[in-house]
Design a protein around this ligand. Structure first.
Ligand code: HEM
Ligand code: HEM
Length: 348
């Protein structure tokens, strides 16, 4: 905690050399995306296991509060990606270190250059939605859904502290593992390389994913009746849940269409999502471990709890995401989603 306060006050006191600010921005952006990822992977898994809840989550994405959040999320992903690329390139080319300052400025400029047209296109989708008569989920339902996640995260953190306390009682705090970014162990060297390689691999995957969710179509088209499904060609033959059209106008059918689409028997979008899931979850939760262990240096109990939380939380999220990817979405699930959507929007 003291370390966290020092980070904040010292950053403000120095009024930031650009390197200091880019470190803070990189960290805050990374944490924001991890938080979204937790809500998102559980949300997508609902489409297989609790279709009504995925319908609800997509209506929440369409609420004005989340529309603002969506712009912030996109900015976080773009800045973190470009700055991560800068870190990865400079770390492998020490002779370029003297250009650190310029590189950090280029990252800011690059972020602006990418964000301006992206925001214009995203804003076009928002305007179209409002011009066509927007509908909203009500605020108490939104709060209730977010409260579920907040309770889940708080419970996971409390369990991690409890498990760490038990370990301390039985094994003693002296035998604490030297975990953390700076420990120099072989394991930490592996994670150091992993963060750089995975970061570079994530760029095309997450940018492609966001292009589909924000540019090709907007978030508002995910549950739009008769809309085309991006990445799934329209077809007259074959399954109703893989014909390239959102017949029911539900977010559940949207996922079914994309996951059921086969090229030569291969479920292209399931494989794409599996690669994205594996890389962002492991990278994001290891990043979370770096951040929390940085601020819990002085307490072996909390430091160990941080490692447990990130390890168990990341593994649980991976399992949930993989189970969803291996699942099937049938017409009954779509029917349940239609009913939930009608109920949430107060339609007959
Ligand atoms: C888009 C491509 C991405 C690139 C190029 C990238 C790159 C990086 C790099 C190089 C680091 C520094 C690692 C270190 O200090 O050893 C890092 C840290 C981090 N990344 Fe990413 N990353 C990307 C995507 C993501 C995503 C999608 C998330 C969230 C799910 C994320 C969350 C984090 C977090 C929380 C940290 C720790 C920040 C800190 O220690 O201050 N990153 N990333
Ligand atoms: C508001 C922005 C976003 C929207 C509307 C969105 C939408 C979706 C949708 C509809 C799916 C279902 C499958 C598919 O269509 O491929 C999905 C899956 C997925 N998304 Fe996103 N996405 C967004 C942002 C992100 C970001 C920033 C990340 C990474 C940090 C991400 C990571 C994933 C992953 C890993 C899956 C697969 C989940 C699973 O395997 O269960 N998404 N997303």
């Amino acid at each position: 905690m003291t370390a966290l306060v020092t980070t904040l006050t010292e950053t403000l006191r120095y009024r930031g050399a650009i390197g200091q600010w880019s470190w803070v921005l990189h960290r805050v952006a990374g944490l924001g995306v991890v938080l979204f990822l937790v809500l998102h992977v559980i949300g997508v898994a609902y489409s297989v296991f609790y279709p009504g809840l995925w319908e609800e989550e997509v209506l929440i994405y369409q609420h004005p509060i989340f529309t603002i959040g969506e712009f912030v999320l996109t900015a976080c992903v773009v800045y973190h990606a470009l700055n991560g690329l800068r870190i990865s390139i400079l770390d492998s080319r020490p002779h370029l270190w003297k250009h650190q300052k310029q590189a950090a400025t280029y990252v800011l400029l690059g972020t602006l250059v990418l964000l301006i047209p992206t925001f214009i296109l995203m804003f076009g989708h928002v305007l179209r939605h409002y011009n066509e008569g927007a509908f909203f989920i009500d605020f108490p339902t939104l709060l209730n859904a977010m409260l579920r996640f907040a309770i889940g995260i708080a419970a996971a953190a409390a369990l991690a502290v409890l498990a760490s306390g038990l370990y301390g009682l039985i094994g003693g705090n002296q035998k604490d593992v030297s975990v953390g970014k700076g420990s120099g162990s072989r394991m930490e060297r592996f994670w150091w390389s992993f963060m750089r390689i995975s970061g570079v691999l994530i760029i095309p995957l997450v940018f492609g994913h966001l292009a589909i969710a924000h540019i090709v179509q907007g978030v508002f088209e995910i549950n739009l009746a008769s809309a085309n499904i991006p990445g799934v060609p329209v077809s007259e033959v074959g399954s109703i849940l893989a014909n390239g059209i959102n017949n029911s106008g539900t977010a559940v059918e949207y996922v079914a269409e994309r996951w059921n689409f086969l090229i030569g028997g291969v479920a292209l979008w399931r494989i794409y999502d599996a690669a994205l899931l594996a890389l962002v979850t492991v990278h994001g939760f290891n990043g979370l471990r770096y951040v929390i262990t940085d601020y819990t240096m002085s307490s072996p109990l909390m430091r160990r709890a941080a490692v447990y939380l990130c390890f168990i939380g990341g593994t649980a999220l991976l399992v949930v995401g993989v189970l969803a990817l291996l699942g099937t979405i049938d017409t009954t699930a779509v029917q349940l989603a239609e009913e939930a959507k009608a109920h949430l929007l107060g339609m007959p």
